[in-house]
Design a protein around this ligand. Structure first.
Ligand code: PEP
Ligand code: MG
Length: 588
């Protein structure tokens, strides 16, 4: 049977996009096109009637949005559902409404024209600001503007679509995504939007496969067409051939079978055949994932990427809002641990500050940025401390490159504790502080760094990038991004040994932990704690339960002696065959 590469290679019916939410789906399309609004600038004769129409349209828009807001609260966590609350506030904005009414009185033009003009002015201001988060909000406002105008024109609100369809659209607003998901949508494909667009984030939270940023899907795909969406690789196949349908049906069935098979491992502990216990935690990117974490059999959260909150909200939440988010997660995961990582801003991640860097990965990123913006850092520390009264929170520093950064951070944390004491606000005085080891300097200095803090977590995503000098997001050099490079595994070995010398806990939270092929090696190298995407946890448990610690140690020892990546990979593959373990890598 062909593999994915072979199936996609040369396929002329392939549309390439961004893999926004994983999964495979084969189904019929519902082409979601938004009616283009025709806006008339005609004159009115009755000002009072026009104002009455405006009020009625505002009130109907409010009703619609309230319904969406309550649906969103049911399906998503409160922070993300807040997008709709913000839209509702616009409908109540006295300055905006006042301006519109005044212009109706003086210009005597149809309300739809004035609404369009006034709200567009707001939007333009946001777009001109050049702030990515304000630009994103400008898009949300488009939704509100359309809603009011549609209600002024007394047009129907299309929110019901056929059940079980794949929605293909130019773009989707958060409201569209939530509303459409009620019709048991099987997948989303959008011409516009990136990995962090709201539609993508919501798809991931709702577990609906999605490919976004396809540019031309709406022009190539028609309503009712059968298509295949591969949310793992970011491809859409339209007018699929018999061979493609058969290939993906089999993949899909296999996926379901594996998920079913793995269910039995959810509740089982991750213990090797000779009794070595491994702690398996979950990585959390969006707070909505917490339900998935709880049902995944994870023993706590090993990495909560808080910068994702900024991606979702497009702004920095204040101390109270952050406290609420962290407390919520800590309570849900209690009595297990929640590891909150300080905002890792910069690099290819959330950009808040308007500065250009020739090489952002080597620029003001992670810890460096936080120490340059102490108020921002302090707000987060205070929120984390305030949430820590549940005593199951630990705090982790990203992209640490020198011991000075650790010391400075610890001083700031102490300062925040003092402030809270003065303000008589409770917190966990013994909250553990850890660091990510994700740059070579931190790896080399692992022992000395360990002595300053309580725990370490190896971030292989960046560690490999910086160690091998390979951009983790660059396709051209992706072959050189090798987690099984001897340089990588020897570095991991060094970090583990040094941390253990300092008697500090060490774990791993990079994607390597989720690569099931790497698990025996990581266990053999001495890692007792692995943190990974919730969906891979049961498979990781299965592997751990199939191997012995003794064999894993032997495997690690052998691999540390190799000089090429190929030798390491082949040895590990042989190990899997010897232990009769099937690998998901071959399946998906
Ligand atoms: C890592 O670098 O391995 C890591 C977990 O951090 P992120 O992927 O968020 O950069
Ligand atoms: Mg990282």
């Amino acid at each position: 049977m062909k593999n994915f590469k072979e199936i996609f290679r040369g396929a002329e019916n392939k549309i390439t996009g961004i893999a926004a939410a994983p999964g495979i789906v084969i189904d019929n399309v519902y082409l979601f096109t938004k009616e283009k609004l025709e806006i008339s600038d005609g004159l009115i004769t009755d000002v009072e009637e026009a104002k009455r129409n405006l009020r009625e349209a505002l009130s109907n828009s409010k009703k619609e949005l309230t319904k969406i807001f309550s649906l969103a609260k049911e399906k998503m966590d409160p922070a993300r559902a807040g997008i709709f609350e913000a839209q509702l506030m616009i409908l109540d904005d006295p300055i905006l409404i006042g301006n519109i009414e005044k212009r109706i009185e003086t210009e005597k033009k149809l309300p739809e024209f004035i609404v369009n003009d006034e709200i567009s002015k707001y939007q333009q201001m946001m777009i001109d600001s050049h702030e990515p988060y304000l630009k994103e909000r400008a898009h949300d406002i488009e939704d509100i503007k359309h809603r009011i105008i549609r209600n002024l024109q007394k047009k129907r609100w299309v929110s019901k679509i056929p059940n079980n369809a794949i929605v293909v659209s130019d773009s989707l607003t958060p409201a569209d995504t939530i509303l459409l998901s009620r019709s048991n949508v099987q997948g989303f494909v959008t011409d516009h939007g990136g990995l962090t667009s709201h539609a993508a984030i919501i798809s991931r939270s709702l577990n609906i496969p999605a490919v976004v940023g396809t540019h031309n899907a709406t022009s190539k795909i028609h309503d009712g067409d059968l298509i295949i969406v591969d949310g793992f690789h970011g491809y859409v196949l339209y007018k699929p051939t018999e061979e493609q349908i058969k290939f993906f049906r089999e993949k899909h069935e296999k996926l379901l079978r594996i998920q079913k098979e793995l269910e039995e491992f959810v509740e089982k502990p991750a213990v090797t055949m000779d009794g070595k216990k491994i702690h398996i935690c979950a990585n959390v990117d969006v707070t909505g994932e917490i339900d998935l974490v709880i049902t995944s059999g994870a023993k706590g959260i090993g990495l909560y990427r808080t910068e994702q909150i900024l991606e979702e909200l497009g702004d920095f939440p204040d101390e109270d809002e952050q406290t609420k988010i962290y407390s919520n997660l800590a309570t849900r995961i209690y009595p297990e641990w929640l590891t909150i990582r300080a905002f890792d801003i910069g690099g290819d991640k959330f950009k808040f500050f308007d500065y250009q860097e020739p090489n952002p990965f080597l620029g003001l990123r992670g810890m460096r940025l936080l120490l340059e913006n102490v108020n921002l850092f302090k707000t987060q520390i205070r929120a984390v401390l305030r949430a820590s009264t549940t005593k199951n929170i630990q705090f982790m520093l990203p992209m640490v490159t020198s011991i000075i950064e650790i010391r400075k951070s610890l001083e700031i944390i102490e300062e925040c504790k003092k402030e809270l004491r003065r303000e008589k606000i409770g917190f966990d005085n013994n909250m553990r502080i850890g660091i990510m080891v994700e740059v070579p300097s931190a790896a080399v200095m692992a022992k000395e760094f360990s002595e300053e803090i309580d725990f370490l977590s190896i971030g292989t995503n960046d560690l490999i990038q910086y160690l091998m000098a390979v951009d983790r997001g660059n396709d051209l050099v992706s072959d050189l991004y090798q987690e099984f490079s001897p340089a990588v595994i020897r570095t991991i070995d060094h970090i583990i040994k040094e941390a253990k010398k300092a008697k500090k806990d060490v774990s791993i939270c990079g994607e390597m932990a989720a690569d099931t092929l790497a698990i025996p090696l990581l266990v053999g190298l001495g890692l007792e704690s692995l943190s990974m995407a919730p969906t891979t946890i049961s498979y990781a448990k299965k592997i751990i339960r199939y191997i012995s610690y003794k064999d894993a140690k032997e495997l690690a020892k052998e691999c540390l002696g190799f000089t090429t990546e190929k030798e390491v990979t082949h040895r590990i593959e042989k190990f899997f065959r010897e232990h009769n373990i099937r690998r998901t890598r071959n399946i998906i």
